[in-house]
Write a protein that binds this ligand. Structure first.
Ligand code: SD4
Length: 329
């Protein structure tokens, strides 16, 4: 039997010992699973995401509660932010590049290590959904630019104007004074990375963004890069990043966090170590933002950011938690 398929129904085991009424009032975990280090841990379905995207984790939870997979949960959670025009860092309404074009990056990864990504995708409202199609319908992991857009149309996605009037006006205002410098990501922090565990204990993750506002045309950040913006190892846990993608790419941040958890660190300790490694290479800089969130096989979570007041959203059976996390600055 494969380790990840090892499931034990402890409530069934207990049923022989406990009377029925007692069992129904018991809110104990019902299922357990074996981890990579051969310990048995409870399965705790959960969804977590970067920042305060309450609607996204609520949507993911709705999927999980109906018995859906973590893969469906993270996709549908991410799609909530992609469709929200008030979120100017993701999907429709995202801030454009310096030429005025909205270009989107996204990726998704499942429990078996399958993954798909789209880079520099234009005119498509849900890049995470195209990323999933890349994963499931092609022999590839990444599609970029025009090829990704063409593939999306072939898969039935509609052409959509992503530039809202609000984002267009802000871009025009930026052009007057900008000297064409991209905006460093301090206030502009709405990329969604989302991780979930389902009823079988399986982990999946997704990440989607319009990237750095007013970036150079063609710029791609960390968010669609497996290992940088997102990494899932179903035997250990998962991590995802937000902030200045260039720095996350340089440290292969999300992979690093999962490997630190493999070595025994908690999600919180792993996220702190990941941020500190990046800061060690940027000793004198306080002008940018990097944050990670992580989850392990036990359903424990962690998050850390160089920005004060960093929060991440969790949704469990008990409901939402806005989880504040220690920050570096
Ligand atoms: C990027 N990491 O493109 C993304 C931006 C981001 O919150 O996370 N913004 O570099």
């Amino acid at each position: 039997m494969q380790r990840r398929n090892f499931l034990k129904n402890s409530s069934a085991a207990a049923a022989g010992l406990l009377s029925a009424p007692l069992l129904t009032s018991c809110k104990e975990e019902t299922s357990t699973q074996m981890t990579a280090s051969n310990t048995i841990v409870p399965i705790r379905p959960i969804a977590i995401c970067t920042w305060n995207f309450e609607n996204a984790t609520a949507k993911a939870w709705e999927v999980l509660q109906k018995g859906g997979t973590s893969l469906d949960a993270v996709q549908q959670g991410a799609m909530v932010e992609e469709a929200d025009t008030n979120n100017q860092t993701v999907g429709v309404g995202g801030r454009p590049d310096r030429e005025g074009n909205v270009t989107l990056d996204a990726c998704i990864m499942d429990k078996d290590g399958n993954c798909g990504a789209v880079l520099y995708l234009q005119n498509i409202a849900s890049p995470v959904s195209v990323a999933r199609k890349v994963m499931e319908e092609t022999p590839h992991v990444m599609l970029a630019g025009k090829g990704a857009e063409q593939f999306a149309y072939e898969q039935g996605f509609q052409k959509t104007d992503l530039l809202t009037e609000k984002s267009r006006k802000e871009w025009l205002a930026w052009k007057k004074t900008s000297e064409y410098k991209p905006i460093i990501n301090i206030e502009n922090h709405d990329t969604i990375g989302i991780l979930a565990i389902d009823k079988d204990g399986d982990i999946a993750g997704a990440c989607t963004t319009s990237g750095m506002a007013y970036k150079y045309a063609g710029r791609v950040g960390d968010s669609p890069l497996i290992g940088a913006g997102l990494f899932v190892d179903n035997e250990i846990g998962a991590a995802t990043a937000t902030g200045v993608g260039e720095e996350v790419v340089r440290t292969v941040g999300s992979f690093l966090i999962v490997e630190l958890m493999r070595q025994g660190k908690s999600p919180q300790e792993a996220c702190e170590e990941g941020v500190k490694r990046i800061m060690a290479k940027n000793k004198d800089r306080t002008d940018f933002q990097i944050g990670f969130i992580a989850i392990n096989k036990k359903g424990e979570t962690g998050g850390y950011c160089i920005q004060p007041g960093f929060t991440y959203r969790t949704f469990t059976e008990e409901g939402h938690t806005n989880t504040p996390s220690a920050s570096f600055l």
